[in-house]
Design a protein. Structure first.
Length: 262
C-alpha cells in the first residue's frame, strides 16, 4: 500500500497546544521569555511542567449564563420584532451598537453582550407592562358602557365639590427696574442680563445685582437733577459775562487737548 506524506509538516507547523500570532489574551510567563516565535514560545509555556498555569487551556465554559433567561429574551425579541426570528448572536468584531454594554466589563465579548441585552430586555419588558397599565384607563373612557368598578380607598371623602386652589399671592408684573423706587428690593437686573445698564461700568467689586442696583439709583438721581435744571429760569444776556468761559480768547489751547475746537 502506497504511503502518503502527512498533510502538515511537523517542522513548519507548531504542535498543539499553542497560541497563534495576534492572540491578545493572557499567556502565563510570556513577558519573561523571548528569543522564539510566538507560536513556539507559547507552546513551550503551555506544556512545560516548570510553568505555573491553569490545568484548563480554555477558562470559560462557553455556555449561556441562563437558559431560562435566554428563552425569555428570545420571546421578547420575537414579540418586539414582529417576526418569528431569534435574536442575533454577537461575536467579537461586531461594530454595531449594543445597548447597556457600557455597564459591563472584565468579561468576554459574548458574555458582555449577553448580560447587556438581558438588562435592555428587562427594561423593554417593564416599559411594555407600564404602557399596558396606562392604556387600560384610556380604554375605559373610550367605552363608557363598561362601568368602572368601585374602588375602596383608605381616604374618606370630605367634600362633594372640588375646592379650587388659588394662591393668595398671585403673580403680578413688577414693572421695569428703571421705574421702581430706590428702596424697592427688586430694583436690579439679574445675573446674565446682557442689556445696557447706565452707570454700571463705573462700579466694581460687587455682585451683578448689587452693582446694577447702585447704578440704577445713581442714574435716577442724575435724571432728577437734569429735569430740575431744565425747570430753572434761564439766565439773561446780562449775566452771560459772569459765566465761566471754556475757550480762552487771550491764549491758545494746551497741548494734547482732545476736545472740539470750533
Amino acid at each position: 500500500m502506497e504511503q502518503f506524506p502527512p498533510k502538515f509538516s511537523r517542522v513548519l507547523v507548531t504542535p498543539d497546544p499553542h497560541y497563534i500570532p495576534g492572540y491578545t489574551g493572557y499567556c502565563p510567563q510570556l513577558k519573561y521569555h523571548m528569543g522564539k516565535p510566538y507560536a513556539q514560545l507559547t507552546a513551550k509555556l503551555l506544556t512545560s511542567p516548570e510553568i505555573s498555569r491553569s490545568p484548563r487551556l480554555v477558562l470559560t465554559s462557553g455556555m449561556s449564563p441562563s437558559t431560562a433567561r435566554e428563552n425569555t429574551r428570545v420571546e421578547i425579541w420575537r414579540r418586539g420584532a414582529g417576526q418569528r426570528r431569534s435574536p442575533p448572536k454577537m461575536i467579537p468584531g461586531f461594530t454595531g451598537f449594543i445597548p447597556r454594554s457600557q455597564n459591563y466589563f472584565s468579561k468576554t465579548y459574548a458574555v458582555t453582550c449577553q448580560e447587556a441585552m438581558n438588562e435592555f430586555d428587562s427594561e423593554q419588558e417593564a416599559r411594555i407592562r407600564s404602557a399596558s397599565a396606562e392604556l387600560q384607563p384610556v380604554l375605559t373612557r373610550a367605552f363608557p358602557e363598561d362601568k368602572p368598578r368601585a374602588l375602596n380607598t383608605p381616604l374618606l371623602t370630605i367634600s362633594k365639590e372640588p375646592v379650587s386652589c388659588k394662591s393668595p399671592r398671585s403673580w403680578k408684573s413688577l414693572g421695569s427696574p428703571y421705574s421702581m423706587e430706590n428702596d424697592d428690593p427688586y430694583k436690579y437686573f439679574i445675573s446674565g442680563f446682557t442689556g445696557y445698564v447706565p452707570r454700571a461700568k463705573f462700579l466694581v467689586g460687587s455682585s451683578y445685582p448689587i452693582t446694577t442696583n447702585k447704578a440704577l439709583i445713581q442714574f435716577g438721581k442724575q435724571m432728577k437733577r437734569s429735569h430740575s435744571a431744565f425747570d430753572l429760569p434761564r439766565a439773561s444776556s446780562d449775566d452771560m459775562d459772569s459765566m465761566p468761559s471754556i475757550y480762552r480768547t487771550h491764549r491758545g489751547m494746551l497741548p494734547h487737548f482732545t476736545g472740539h475746537v470750533p
